[in-house]
Write a protein that binds this ligand. Structure first.
Ligand SMILES: [Zn+2]
Length: 419
């Protein structure tokens, strides 16, 4: 286990004893709602963690166990993490970024980066004697929580909304999770707070209003995204890491991983972080130079898993600290990019997951990114379970006769393909 010495507030730096704290910093509240992060004894970490020792460890996120909240022997794991960092030169040249890489989080056990959060949080929950875990989610986090709770032998309740995709609800049920829906998103948080306070259930996601962030031990799992990217680039930090952003916790975690890699002396530099959003709470906060993130109007989007009008303080902090930026993309651009990525590089992403690619093209056009820079886009989730793509099931596949001439004519007519 990592030697946690306390929980520190991202904003005011107050150090709290390591305990179950799921509602953020009590010093900063109610003025600003901000999460706390586990702090590890760096000397203790350095004793066993080195690029050399890592080279002999298993390919999962628990290879960095010194920097995670439970011992690797007691973790609840399905082999999450150490996902491929895929060089994408064809798409990169198309975007004007030849050194483009995709961190393919779709290859995690339930097909998204949320497996890191679920693995870390539920490991702590089981160690602390939890019987029931609870989370609020419309999709990927609920799915990850359902799977890891099953793995841990814990009961799992997922609070979702009536608008969550039936496909995701079906997948969560497959793992034995109990799913219930509220009419509005924020009603889930009210109910979840009661489950935590009165029933003693272990929370995986945020339940605070205004938003604080998810279980801090779980969010710590996202740190491994940054560590892995640096390790996979032979302990070089990229120039830019761009991530789809709803609450911005994956982005914040990846940034934390890069910061710790440099602190430990494994890398020499830090990346600029980019938040790719649909409705743009972080974009708005940066543009208007706000101290805290304000809610912006939100609605329906094909990028349903990041359709948030709110984001966390810590995500904004990561953007400022890294000299990064944020921007938005619209639905049409996302659908075009989803197809382009699949066709040029063979990677089918969830629609929300191509947000960074759309934004990176804009940032290259404006010279915010230089042509020679190494850029990593975090692909957060798999296209194979994307409700947007499932809708395409209604399109029937054209039928052909078993006749080569007619077959060639059909290819030409339907797909404009000559052979
Ligand atoms: Zn504070």
């Amino acid at each position: 286990m990592g030697s946690i010495v306390g929980l520190r507030c991202v904003r005011c730096g107050e150090l709290f004893p390591p305990a179950d704290m799921f509602e953020g910093c009590s010093v900063c509240a109610p003025e600003t709602r901000v999460n706390i992060v586990p702090v590890y004894d760096e000397q203790e970490v350095s004793r066993t963690l080195s690029p050399e020792s890592l080279s002999r460890r298993p390919a999962s996120m628990w290879r960095y166990y010194e920097l995670l909240p439970v011992d690797s022997e007691h973790c609840v794991s399905l082999g999450e993490g150490m996902t491929p960092l895929v060089a994408c030169p064809k798409l990169g040249i198309h975007l004007g970024i030849p050194n483009l890489y995709i961190k393919d989080e779709s290859q995690n056990p339930t097909g998204s980066f949320k497996d890191r959060l679920a693995s870390a949080a539920i490991s702590v929950g089981r160690r602390n004697g939890a019987q029931t875990v609870v989370c609020s989610s419309t999709g990927n986090l609920g799915l990850a929580t359902a799977a890891y709770a099953a793995r841990a032998g814990l009961d799992c309740v997922v609070l979702t909304t009536t608008a969550s995709p039936p496909m995701m609800q079906m997948l969560m049920r497959s793992y034995g999770a109990m799913i219930v829906a509220t009419l509005e998103k924020k009603q889930r948080w009210m109910l979840m707070k009661a489950c935590v306070d009165e029933l003693g259930w272990f929370p995986v996601s945020n339940y605070c209003q205004p938003l604080v962030g998810s279980n801090p031990y779980g969010v710590d799992g996202y740190k491994t995204i940054g560590l892995e990217i640096c390790e996979q680039l032979n302990w070089n930090a990229p120039d830019v890491i761009a991530s789809p952003s709803a609450f911005g916790e994956g982005l914040w975690g990846a940034w934390q991983g890069c910061v710790v890699a440099r602190k430990l002396g494994f890398t020499q530099s830090l990346p600029r972080m980019v938040a790719a959003e649909v409705f743009g709470p972080l974009t708005n906060a940066l543009q208007r130079e706000l101290t805290d993130v304000e809610e912006v109007p939100s609605g329906v989007t094909v990028a349903y898993s990041v359709g948030s009008g709110v984001a966390t303080y810590q995500a904004l902090h990561a953007l400022r600290e890294s000299h990064g930026t944020a921007g938005r993309a619209d639905d049409d651009a996302l659908l075009d990019m989803q197809r382009l990525l699949a066709k040029t590089e063979g990677i089918l992403a969830e629609t929300a997951s191509v947000l960074p690619l759309v934004l990176l093209a804009k940032l290259r056009d404006s010279e915010w990114i230089r042509e020679d820079e190494v850029v990593v886009a975090v692909l957060t989730s798999a296209g194979i379970k994307d409700p947007v793509l499932i809708e395409d099931l209604d399109n029937e596949v054209p039928r052909v006769e078993p006749d080569l001439r007619k077959f060639k004519e059909a290819l030409k007519e339907i797909y404009a393909f000559t052979c």
